[in-house]
Design a binder for this molecule. Structure first.
Ligand code: SF4
Length: 699
């Protein structure tokens, strides 16, 4: 008789993709030691997954995975293996010493937009209650902060999309401003495809003819940094042609007359000169917006600028003037990028915010949160510095001396990255919690190995404001703990253990109470409801409340219920091309990679087709420099230089070069980017600066 071993048991758990803000539903299947991702019919992705989603389980058992804490005994020494107790003791003792020597704000926290709501909430509370430091911000400041600030100014609330993505196919016209959704949110494209099959029209504004722009009915190939002039120019045409909705403006908005006067100088031939978009296309675009249902959706293209807030306000003005907000299948929305970019900015890890989207300088908001946290209101610090401002002062007089980084890789993702890397080196203490030894973790004094998405429980809020639940599908490797465990461990050593829990469900229950009555109200959302209803849209103030898929139908979230127009004027980028740096440099994402590439650069199926950094150059421009496709070139700005391969493509404007920002080393796009900040959102100007290219001699 032949003996056979029993077939390994198949275990499967429903969860969500670890990457972008669509948070596609997926099932993690474990057969023996092998994990795989399978698509799942969830209302957002309808069974679809992109290449990043399909390959996401590769990271769970990756050989470079961190599976024990690391510590460095001396500056410049090597990282060595340590126990959790040793690592946490060391973190706590540095915190105590630095705060005793320099004051409470000497220790800061840098969080991330991919952390669960529970972690984001716990980090915000840890900074204010355990550290009593004002110094906390996160990488979402580099993503959606301009759109968030503009939405609050105009509508009184910031929820990326005020409607579910299921509404997209029903809009007659969609104006997509600076979004390459086909590569950054690939599964979202099914909604735009359906919109066009329904007879709708899609317009895309982008300096590059991306796959998204190529799929559009009209591509406006704009000069980088001039989106605000475009918005004002389209509004000028709409007012001249009588396409604005006077009744809507009269009954549901404030402030239009000042805006009407302000855009009267944006006549089409002037706007053509600023934006590079032919007058004929400007008229065509303004006409296409004159339909009964219309959406304007922005992404990082117009937002990551030193005038990002004003630019978004310009497009909100346009949507309001056409009467397309707070109506079915219409409105302005922001396409959030990071996995929990939405939830990450609601739970209090932003320098000026408390949970529930409360403001840290509002006495009532402070007192509500103090009562939930069980602390005196006076002990909650004031607003701290924004992300870049905190980073650029690291290690300096009055700056942060010890930094704890969770779920972020600032050595790659911050603008003027070489300078920020130097600042990180000057810290007296750096702790990084991550799944791999990222470029930031390589500089750390203590590295904590953290759980991945499939190994932990928690909620995420997707780009629609739909709160989703990730159930734990797998046990983490021995030696790996969740960030909530780490926060509790440090808090215990600081004598604040009683304020913190490592149980995500308990943290979420507290978050619900903290958010109650706030703009982002999660009071009525429970893990059970999320599972049963396939996500719940905030605001949801009570357990018998159905949630709010569509905002503004009865009024805007302003004190008088009316949306606000804002006068916004075009101005040039902080740095324009000149004789030394004659080109525009713009940066962005490509299909295979995500953010700083810490995860996706370790997935063979993603790295093989996109192994290294490159710069897109128009062939006519390349010929002026005698540069051939595939040759190595230097891209140089006032911040530094990067060495990358030339990719010649006629899909980009002649005056513009493009670099993806996912790569490390000499190909780091953020070695070049300009940290000029928006005065309101404190967003750096990632999307435009002046550059020159040079052929690399000797290669
Ligand atoms: Fe994951 Fe986004 Fe791709 Fe969906 S579209 S599978 S959430 S990366």
């Amino acid at each position: 008789m032949q003996l056979t071993s029993p077939a390994p048991a198949v275990k499967s758990s429903d969860t969500h993709c670890p990457y972008c803000a669509l948070q596609c539903g997926m099932t993690v299947v474990r057969l023996g030691e092998k994990n795989s991702a399978q698509s799942r019919d969830f209302p957002t992705n309808n069974g679809g997954l992109c290449q990043k989603g399909w390959t996401s389980t590769e990271l769970l058992t990756h050989p470079e995975r961190l599976t024990w804490p690391l510590v460095r005994d001396t500056k410049g020494g090597v990282l060595r293996r340590a126990s959790w107790d040793e690592a946490l003791d060391r973190i706590a003792s540095y915190i105590v010493r630095l705060q005793a020597q320099y004051g409470r704000d000497a220790v800061g926290i840098f969080g991330g937009g991919s952390l669960t709501n529970e972690k984001a909430y716990a980090l915000g509370k840890f900074a204010r209650v355990a550290l009593r430091s004002s110094q906390i911000d996160y990488n979402g400041r580099f993503c959606m902060s301009s759109a968030a600030a503009a939405s609050i100014k105009a509508f009184g609330i910031d929820r990326g999309l005020p409607f579910p993505i299921a509404d997209i196919p029903h809009a007659q016209t969609i104006l997509l401003v600076g979004s390459n959704a086909a590569e950054t949110l690939p599964i979202l494209m099914q909604y735009f495809d359906r919109q066009r099959r329904n007879g709708g029209q899609l317009m895309v504004v982008d300096p590059r003819r991306t796959p998204t722009a190529a799929a559009a009915d009209l591509h406006l190939q704009i000069t980088p940094g001039t989106d605000l002039a475009l918005a004002n120019g389209l509004l000028y045409i709409a007012t001249q042609e009588g396409w604005i909705d006077e009744e809507f403006i009269e009954t549901r908005t404030n402030g239009f007359e000042q805006v009407r006067r302000a855009v009267s100088c944006y006549w089409p031939d002037r706007v053509e000169r600023i934006t590079g978009i032919p007058e004929k296309q400007l008229y065509a675009a303004a006409r296409m917006l004159n339909v009964s249902s219309m959406m304007i959706l922005s992404a990082r293209g117009p937002e990551q600028h030193s005038k990002g807030v004003d630019t978004v306000l310009g497009f909100i003005n346009l949507a309001l003037a056409y009467g397309k907000a707070g109506k079915p299948y219409s409105g302005y929305g922001c396409l959030t990028g990071q996995g929990n970019g939405q939830g990450g900015r609601e739970q209090g890890q932003k320098a000026d915010q408390l949970p529930g989207y409360r403001k840290i300088d509002n006495p009532e908001h402070r007192s509500h949160i103090a009562s939930v946290w069980g602390v005196e209101e006076s002990t909650i610090p004031a607003a701290g510095q924004s992300a870049y401002e905190m980073l650029e002062r690291l290690g300096t007089e009055g700056g942060v001396r010890g930094l704890l980084v969770f779920g972020s890789n600032v050595a790659i993702s911050a603008p003027r990255a070489a300078y920020i890397q130097e600042r990180l080196r000057t810290l007296e203490f750096l702790c990084v919690s991550d799944i791999f030894l990222s470029e930031t973790a390589q500089l750390a004094d203590v590295v904590l190995p953290t759980t991945q998405w499939a190994e932990e429980e928690g909620t995420m809020t997707n780009l629609e404001g739909r709160v989703l639940l990730r159930r734990r599908a797998l046990d983490p490797p021995t030696g790996v703990r969740s960030d909530l465990d780490a926060i509790c461990g440090i808090a215990m050593r600081l004598g604040a253990a009683h304020h913190f829990s490592s149980n995500p469900c308990e943290v979420f229950d507290e978050l619900r109470r903290a958010s109650s009555g706030g703009a982002a109200d999660y009071r009525g959302i429970t893990y059970e409801r999320i599972e049963h209803e396939k996500g719940v849209f905030w605001p949801c103030p009570a357990e018998d409340h159905p949630g709010t898929p569509r905002l503004f139908l009865d009024g805007f979230a302003t004190p008088d219920g009316r949306a606000r127009f804002h006068v916004v004027d075009h101005r040039t980028a902080a740095e324009e091309p000149d004789s030394d740096y004659p080109l525009y440099l713009t940066t962005g994402r490509i299909a295979q990679h995500y953010q700083s590439g810490t995860q996706t650069r370790r997935v063979k199926q993603l790295l093989e087709p996109a192994p290294e950094a490159f710069v897109e150059i128009h062939p006519s421009m390349a010929s002026l420099y005698d540069i051939a496709h595939g040759e190595r070139v230097r891209v140089i700005t006032r911040r530094g230089s990067a060495a990358v391969k030339a990719k010649l493509t006629s899909s980009i404007r002649m005056d513009t070069v493009f670099m993806p920002f996912h790569f490390a080393g000499q190909g780091r796009a953020n070695l070049l980017t300009n940290p000029a900040l928006d005065p309101v959102s404190r967003m750096p100007e990632f999307k435009v600066c002046a550059a020159r290219i040079e052929k690399e001699i000797g290669c």
